[in-house]
Design a protein around this ligand. Structure first.
Ligand SMILES: [Zn+2]
Length: 122
């Protein structure tokens, strides 16, 4: 007895399945076969959005090389959990960082925490 039902957002075809995982797998397969360009564009947009909204620690390291302004722009876009992870990484690296990077990071950290205190975390 099919319990789960889904409608394709692109062509309105309806699928039924006894398991949710199976249903999602079949829908993905259908969309990859029939609406390939749309699905790929969607996946690309999702990847782009996640980079803009929650930059990685590597993005931060690269930005630190560019300067304080670039670093602060990256830090303020990070989600709270990743920013905390970044702080732990930077604490561990601090003894080996070149002076200008260490000073830049301290300025970023102070400015970031002040901005979050004023504006609140998204
Ligand atoms: Zn479809």
């Amino acid at each position: 007895m099919p319990l789960y039902k889904a409608k394709c957002s692109q062509c309105r075809v309806i699928m039924r399945s006894a398991s949710r995982g199976e249903l999602l797998r079949r829908m993905r397969k259908h969309q990859m076969a029939v609406h390939r360009a749309w699905l790929l564009a969607r996946m690309k947009a999702g990847a782009r959005r996640s980079v803009v909204e929650n930059p990685s620690i590597q993005d931060m390291i690269a930005a630190l090389g560019e300067g304080t302004r670039a670093g602060l722009a990256v830090a303020t876009r990070m989600r709270a959990a990743r920013y905390q992870e970044l702080k732990r990484v930077m604490d561990a690296l601090e003894p080996v960082l070149p002076d200008h990077i260490r000073l830049s990071w301290r300025a970023i950290e102070a400015a970031h925490d002040a901005i979050i205190a004023i504006k609140g975390r998204r």
